[in-house]
Every structure is written in C-alpha cells, then in structure tokens.
Ligand binder design. Structure first.
Ligand code: 26Q
Length: 800
C-alpha cells in the first residue's frame, strides 16, 4: 500500500515525497483508490455484457453523493491498511479526508436518496447506471452574516475532481427549438440549436460485492466551440460565446424554489439530461441486441420524480422517428420499460409546463405528448362511452383552457407500468389524493416502496465506534442484512451494553461540541440532551414550531427557574431556497432567538439554541451520530417519507415526531413506548380542513403560553428591528396558519414534557436508544432496492 501511494504521489501527481502537501497526498490516495476500483468496474461491465442481464437506468436531476475517499477505501476493504500506510509517511487519513470537497449535486432528501440507492444497487450487484447532470455549481454554500442566510456559489470543480472520468466517445447531440418537418411520410425534428452532451463517469463501488456501477453525469459542449473569424477581428469574448452559451444548461443546480424566473432554463436542463440519457440507454442496448422486443427484458428506465418526465416523449421520438417503429409497438415497449417514483404531494412542487413554452423549445415532444393524450382519450371513450363525462378532464395529460399546460405527473403515471410512493402513508395518499382516477383505472400500477438509507455511510463511516460495538455484540451479518439489528433488542436489558453505547454517544457529542465551539464560538455542554432538527428549511417541515417551543421553554424556565429543567442544546441546520423569503426569515429568527437566550444568565447553562451553517452530507455525518432527540415534526400528510428520521434512529436518537411519512413505520418498528408521537393524524388534519372551521386566532386567544410567545415575536423582543418578524406572526394569525402549527402546539409541548421526563431517567433512555437502533433494520436502502428489483424492475443480480 505504501509503495502504491508513493508511486502515485511521485509519478501520478508529480511531486517528490519530501515536498508533498496534504493536498498532494489526498490526490495520490484518491488516484490509488480509483485505479483499484477501475479494475473492478471493467470486470463488472464485462459481466453485464456477457450475461445479458438487465440494467437499470436511474434518471435523477440530483445525486447528493458526499465525499468519496473513505467510502472507496471501505468498499475495497483497505481502510485500515491505507490509514497505516499513510501514518508511516507521517500523514493522517482523517486529515486528508477532510480536504475533499463535498459534492453537493442535490437539494435534500430526493438527491440523497438517489445516492443511497446507487450505493445499494452496487452493494447488491444490481447492474445500474445513474444518469444526471454534471452541474458546474452545485447546491449553494450557506453563510450566515448577522443571522441572515447568504448564498455563495459552490465552485466544487475548481480543484480537479479525482473521481470522474471523461468519456469523449459517449457524446450525443441534444437539440432545442427548431421545427417539425415531414420527410418521406415520417415526422422529424430539425433545425434549432444543438449542443453536445458529453459523459463524465463516476465509479460507484459496491460494499461486500465486487461490483462497481456507473454514475454518468452529462456535461455540455458547444458543437462549434468558437468562431475563429470573429476572434481574429478582435471580438475575443464574442468569439467564445457559443461555448459559454452551450454550458449554461449545466451551469447550476436549481434550488427547490417556487419562483417563475429561470423556469425555461429548468425545462432545458430536464430535456438535456433526459435526451442524452435515453439516447445512451438505447445505444447500449443496440450495441448488444438487434431485436426491439427484447428491450423490456434488458432495460428499465426509472424516473426519480417528474423531473425526468420528458423521458416517455423522448423515448417515443427516438423509437418512432429515428428507429422507425410504429407507434403501437413503441408505446408498448415504453410503458413496459418506464417506472416512476413520486416524492411529494405539495401542489407547488408538481411540475406543469405551459404548452407555449414547450412548443417553442420542444415542438416534436409536444406533438408526441398530444398524441399520447389523444389516444388516452380514445381508450377512455372505448371503456366508458359517455358515462363518465368529467373523467377525461381529470386525467388529461394536456390540461386544456386558455393556457394549456402539460401535467408531468399524469404523463409519468400514464407512461409507466409502475408508480410508487416512498412510505406506506404517502403511497396511500398518492392513490387517494393525487391520482385517484388513475388508481381506479389502473389499480395494479400503484405500489409502495418505503425509502431507506445506506448503512455503510450512515453507520459504518459516520459512527465507526457504534459499528464496532454492534460487530462485537451480534457479529457482522447486519452489514449484509440490516434487519439483523433486531438481535440487539435484548441488549436493552444489558447494563454493560447500555453503558458502552452511552460512552460512544457521549464521545460523538464531545466531537460535535468541539465543532460548535470552533465554528460558532458557543460552548455547549455535552452532558446536555442534543435535540436535533436538520433538514431543508421549509414551512411544511415546521422549524417554526420548534422555535416557538424553544421560546415557550425559555419563558417557562424563567418563570420557574428552580424547577428541574433538564439541560438541552437545540441544534438546527438546513438551507433555505434563495427565493424563499419566509424560509430565510425563519433562519434569521433562529439566530435572533439563539443570540438572545444563549446569553441569559438564568437559563443559559440549561438551554442553548445553535444553528450550524452550511448543512451538507459531511456536516450530517458529524451531527447525526451525536443526536439524542430527532425532531420530525411536519404537518401530517406533508412529508412524503423523510430519511433523516431513519439516519437518526439508526444512530440511537429517539424521535419526537408527527404521524407523518416514514415516522409511522419507525413507530411500528420501535414500539409506542420508545418514540414520542404527537399532533393531528392525516385524517384529523383532513377533517379539520373540511370542516372549514379552523381558526388559528381562536387557539391563540385560548392558549396563554402560545400567546406570550407570538406576542414576543410581534413585539420584536428578540430583534433590533421590532417589525422584522411581523410576516411570521401574520402567517400564523392572519394567514390562518397554513401548516397548522397552532393546532399542534399544545400536543407538541406536552410531548416535549414527556421527553424531559424520559431524559431524567438516563438508564431508561439508553434502553430506548438501543431499541431504536434495533428497530432501524427495515430502513436500509438495500431493502428498498430489493423491493424495486422484485416489484418494479424485475431485475436480477450479478453473482457475488
Ligand atoms: C422542481 C421544479 C423546479 C425547481 C425545483 C424543483 C424541485 C427540486 C427538488 C422539486 C423538489 C425537489 C426535492 C424534493 C425532495 O427532496 N423530496 C423529498 O424526497 C425524499 C426522498 O423520497 C423524501 O424522504 C422527502 O419526504 C421529500 O420531501
């Protein structure tokens, strides 16, 4: 190992050992890992070709990977060996690992789920290619200035990326605009402007399996990179503009925001990566086969939400226009190959594109979608005659009216043979609320696949001491089958085990406390309860409910300082979309409250509120193993699943949550005594909304504790500008509190008091913690992927 590292350092990086910086050592180590993985990668690809086994194309606008060095070393089984070899050269592996930029090509849960799925597909030996965009700027870096979020560009490629391999031979032409022409009785898309999509491959190593899969991200290159005549007459910038223009399509990841600006660029991005990915998928198929009827046996194309929902249209265009299949045959193939996962019910996140924009940018796709829609109308007419006059308008892919629009969710359902939600509850709501008519028309199409997380990252890498304790207690089989964690359950009654678990948690908390001190200059007590809410800032996730609770607690502590208030550190982290003003104001509120109460001599030894800036995968790896309490407090019916809830439970945190998303299934696994569930159920929320009687003001008038807190916000008690938080107060009282914080507040407060009481008995708390870890086995992304493989893709595995 040492020889290999030194050779890469001197020959690959080009520096002699005695001049090498830490960065050089990182590059050399990464190069070593990459070479070792490449050998496995070629072997995997050879096997896929020779066995003719099905390969899954997983289309996702986001892949939130996190760092690759330790992950690669762990997959290769040489983590310790490499650590020792580096130590002999006077280098600490952990210092190197910290130098790697954290790729952040995703917003949050959906992107991280895609990354966990890649890990699981490789670890199970399921052949797959992840397809996405090689954004030149990923998720913005969040800085906090005077309590306000500032967005800074994430120039993650500034330093070379050791994990990607450019594949100039995998290049496709992607067209925009133009017109539809008729050539020899067939329609063809011509003219407009075109760019080349060029593949950059990242290796995805399996753990406990030799397979190495591919993540193929598309970069953009101009077809004619520069105009030499223009350059020669001195217009240097103008001469290069085709190059810059071509690259705008991959320039930046869209934050999940609801503004209209940039909408067209988003559609361009979706088309760009879908077109390249479908062309590549068909090219790979044709390299091995010449019979289209084999396509469904050899290929699955999965849509991660509707962001790649142009795929059915692009697939039909290629099959019908370019490969000259007839429509019926092409459509039969498309529907057998495609499947779709829905990740949200929130109306503002459902993608609907104006037909006029689509006509301008993608005229042939619009035609194809209209034809799909027309034939669907015919099918319904054949099935129901005139007996369901309202039906077609409820399911039409092209929504009529003055400004016709394409509904991408409906297109995805219609073109897929399977549609799934991401938790049992969410899948029920997808059927009952989002697509009720489709569920009636095609009941066999609807599935649930509950989300999961990659245990390699979220346990082995993030919490190695816990992984080791588990190894020593129940052996190593849980690494292949996470449900074996259930064998830990009896250890709740084993004092020695609980003591060791408590010591590991304490060490993780000390490490996080040091990070908080280092980054924020705030000293927190690692013996206090670490109460964590980490996720994108969004009103439906109700970070504001957490903040109202903190202020209420602070008020109560000041009113009765001699009462036995357990010490707590409330830790929040998360980014707010740049155009989402309310979310950014909530970030500011967290800072203003923290600033105010952290310095209160009456309470500051027992209550702290800290906001850690720039939440990303790497920061999550620090925070999650150090958490005692996991807040998952979305309004029931709004969080499709959540996956942070699973990561935290797996690391021994107890959940304080609503009966929403996967919280419901976590509660089933750990049992009602070891989780704190509060608030209205989905059905109660629905009943309240249907009654039309909800009045947040009435609750405010009748709950003095809540009244005091809201009045404090309104009076500017925490801020230099008394009017600063009026928009928040308004949304609660005058906007009738869209996410029903006030309706759930009392129940939340009571649940928090139950948490306090449980925490006072530390021995009992640790027993609960053990049972949370033991109950987390079902939430492995390996289980999710094997569900997809058997119920949706009908995919096989490479032999181990
Ligand atoms: C859409 C249009 C224009 C611009 C951006 C977007 C956009 C981008 C990202 C819409 C949504 C997203 C991300 C959604 C997401 O992360 N959803 C989460 O998915 C997780 C994995 O299934 C679930 O656990 C979470 O409950 C869900 O919120």
């Amino acid at each position: 190992m040492k020889q290999a590292l030194l050779a890469r350092l001197t020959l690959g990086i080009g520096v002699p050992e005695d001049e090498a910086t830490l960065r050089d050592w990182f590059q050399a180590t990464a190069l070593t890992v990459r070479e070792l993985l490449t050998a496995r990668w070629h072997e995997t690809n050879r096997q896929i070709r020779e066995t003719g086994i099905k390969q899954v194309s997983y289309l996702s606008m986001e892949f939130l990977l996190g760092r690759g060095l330790q992950n690669g070393l762990m997959a290769l089984g040489i983590l310790d060996e490499c650590r020792e070899a580096l130590a002999e050269c006077g280098v600490k592996l952990e210092d190197l690992a910290e130098l790697e930029v954290t790729p952040a090509l995703g917003n949050g849960g959906l992107g991280r789920l895609a990354a966990c799925f890649l890990d699981s597909m490789a670890s199970l030996g399921l052949p797959s290619i992840g397809y996405g965009i090689r954004y030149e700027f990923g998720m913005f870096r969040q800085e906090v200035l005077d309590g306000w979020q500032i967005e800074r560009p994430d120039d993650w490629l500034a330093d070379s990326n050791p994990w990607e391999l450019m594949r100039p031979e995998r290049q496709y032409l992607v067209r925009f605009g133009g017109r539809v022409a008729e050539e020899g009785g067939r329609l063809r898309w011509v003219d407009g402007e075109a760019v080349h999509a060029i593949a950059y491959d990242t290796l995805v190593p399996g753990h406990g399996h030799y397979a190495v899969n591919t993540l193929r991200l598309w970069g953009a290159r101009a077809v004619h990179p520069m105009d030499l005549a223009t350059f020669n007459r001195g217009a240097f910038m103008e001469a290069l503009s085709p190059r810059l223009r071509a690259r705008t399509v991959v320039r930046v990841l869209y934050p999940d925001d609801s503004t209209v600006e940039g909408r067209e660029l988003r559609l361009r991005q979706e088309h760009f990566f879908v077109s390249a990915s479908i062309q590549d998928t068909l090219r790979r198929f044709l390299d091995e086969h010449d019979d289209w009827s084999l396509l469904p046996e050899k290929v699955s194309i999965h849509l991660n939400d509707t962001h790649p929902a142009l795929a059915p249209a692009e697939l039909m265009r290629l099959l019908v226009d370019d490969y000259e299949l007839d429509w019926e045959q092409a459509w039969a193939l498309a529907t057998k190959v495609l499947s779709y996962t829905n990740h949200t019910l929130m109306p503002e996140a459902l993608e609907i594109w104006p037909c006029d924009m689509m006509a301008r940018l993608l005229p042939r796709h619009l035609q194809i979608i209209e034809e799909i829609n027309r034939r669907f109308g015919q099918e319904l007419h054949a099935r129901f005659g005139g007996s369901r006059p309202e039906l077609f308008s409820q399911v039409a892919v092209v929504e009529g009216g003055d400004h016709p629009r394409v509904n991408m969710g409906r297109l995805s359902v219609l073109a897929s043979h399977k549609v799934n939600g991401v938790s049992q509850l969410h899948s029920r709501l997808v059927r009952e609320r989002l697509f009720p008519q489709f569920a009636e028309l095609y009941p066999e199409r609807f599935e649930n696949v509950t989300n999961g997380i990659a245990p390699r990252l979220w346990l082995n890498l993030a919490n190695p001491s816990l992984a080791q304790l588990i190894d020593e207690t129940i052996g190593q089989n849980w690494r292949r089958d996470l449900t074996r964690l259930a064998d830990l359950r009896p250890q709740a009654e084993n004092d020695e085990f609980c003591r060791r678990l408590a010591a590991i948690k304490f060490a993780n908390k000390q490490r996080l406390a040091a990070l908080i001190e280092h980054r924020l200059g705030i000293a927190v007590d690692p013996t206090a309860m670490f109460d964590v809410q980490v996720k994108r800032i969004h009103e439906y996730k109700r970070q504001l409910l957490n903040l109202l609770g903190v202020v209420a607690r602070w008020n109560a502590m000041r009113a009765t300082p001699d009462q036995d208030w357990p010490a707590r550190v409330v830790i929040m982290a998360g980014k707010a979309a740049s155009a989402y003003h309310m979310a950014k104001l909530i970030v500011k509120l967290a800072h203003d409250i923290g600033h105010h109460i952290n310095n209160d001599p009456v309470t500051s030894d027992r209550l702290k509120l800290v906001f850690l800036p720039d939440y990303n995968v790497s920061l999550a790896e620090y925070i999650i193993p150090a958490a005692d309490l996991s807040q998952q407090i979305s309004l029931a019916g709004t969080e499709a699943s959540g996956t942070g809830n699973m990561k935290l439970a797996l690391n021994g945190a107890l959940t304080l949550g609503t009966a929403d998303g996967a919280n419901v299934e976590i509660a089933e696994e750990v049992g009602p005594d070891d989780i704190f569930i509060f608030g209205m159920s989905v059905d109660e929320v629905a009943a309240l909304n249907q009654s039309g009687t909800y009045s947040s003001r009435e609750i405010y008038r009748n709950n003095h504790q809540l009244q005091e807190v809201i009045d404090q916000l309104g009076a500017g008690q925490f801020s230099s500008d008394p009017a600063r938080f009026w928009p928040i107060v308004d949304s609660l009282l005058d906007g009738n509190d869209h996410f029903r914080l006030l309706a759930d507040f009392d129940s939340y407060w009571q649940a928090q008091r139950r948490v306090d009481a449980a925490w006072r008995d530390q021995a009992s708390w640790m027993r609960k913690s053990v049972r949370n870890i033991a109950g987390a086995g079902r939430f492995s992304s390996d289980r999710s992927i094997s569900d997809y493989a058997s119920r949706i893709w009908n995919a096989q595995y490479l032999p181990a």
